[in-house]
Design a protein around this ligand. Structure first.
Ligand SMILES: [Fe+2]
Length: 251
């Protein structure tokens, strides 16, 4: 009898685990409980995995405090407008800001952008060395002339962004790779009218001071240069192919 009870408990716990994964998905989907809240997506690596290029304290605070605050403030903004019943992903939410009620649109733009941009940033980095796919490398050479020139232009976008924002590499409608930068938490997926970028992003560099100040202080160019040591080229190559084939962004 006791054994049966234990087996039932194990089966029930397994069900809860699977159901939990289905609900949360690690992809900022709003949970399927009554509260309908977004949750913070976990990092794919430990906080010290990007050392020595990005220190563990920066990653821990950046993800666990800054990104977490964007998640909390996005939920708060949506809760303040209960008549706006949206239960899709953050990506879908910020891709259609014109459908968001005007009184919470700025909060959703800033905090929804803050949530999605950071997840996109973290997933574009990795401690494991990888190389651009042959297709992506060919596109880099066609669009920029060389890999070094891509780095130069991306770093210039990162350094040249006044104040806080993001540098982006993406696929433009003509299929070529382009670079642009956005202020605050704006993202190319918000559309050209909002972000002034007409591209499907495949890589980003966060140039808010909180991304680098503990280690690099005011040396943003050094931080931008160091990012190239930890780019997750495997995923960026997948994103490139997805953008070319499906005309959609891949988180
Ligand atoms: Fe950030």
């Amino acid at each position: 009898m006791r054994l049966k009870l234990i087996l039932y408990c194990v089966a029930f716990m397994s069900f809860l685990t699977i159901a939990g994964q289905a609900c949360f998905g690690g992809n900022e989907e709003r949970t399927e409980n009554k509260k309908m809240k977004y949750i913070l997506t976990e990092l794919e690596y430990p906080v010290d995995a990007l050392e020595p290029w990005i220190d563990s304290e920066t990653v821990a605070i950046h993800h666990g405090k800054h990104q977490a605050a964007y998640v909390a403030n996005l939920n708060k903004a949506l809760e303040s407008e209960p008549n706006f019943k949206f239960d899709g992903s953050v990506e879908a939410l910020i891709s259609g800001l014109d459908k968001v009620p005007e009184n919470i649109r700025t909060a959703v733009r800033n905090n929804g952008g803050g949530v999605w941009n950071h997840t996109f940033y973290w997933r574009g980095l990795s401690p494991e060395k990888s190389e651009p796919s042959p297709e992506l490398m060919a596109a880099i050479k066609e669009s920029f002339g060389s890999f070094e020139e891509l780095k130069k232009q991306m770093n210039a976008a990162a350094v040249g962004r006044f104040g806080s924002g993001w540098a982006w590499l993406g696929v433009s409608p003509d299929g070529k790779l382009k670079i642009c930068s956005t202020p605050n938490q704006d993202a190319p997926i918000m559309g050209e009218a909002v972000s002034a970028c007409n591209m499907i992003p495949i890589l980003t560099i966060d140039v808010w001071e909180h991304a680098y100040y503990l280690k690099y202080q005011n040396r943003r160019p050094e931080y931008a240069e160091c990012i190239w040591n930890i780019v997750n080229w495997k995923r960026v190559s997948e994103r490139y192919q997805f953008a070319v084939d499906k005309k959609k962004v891949l988180l």
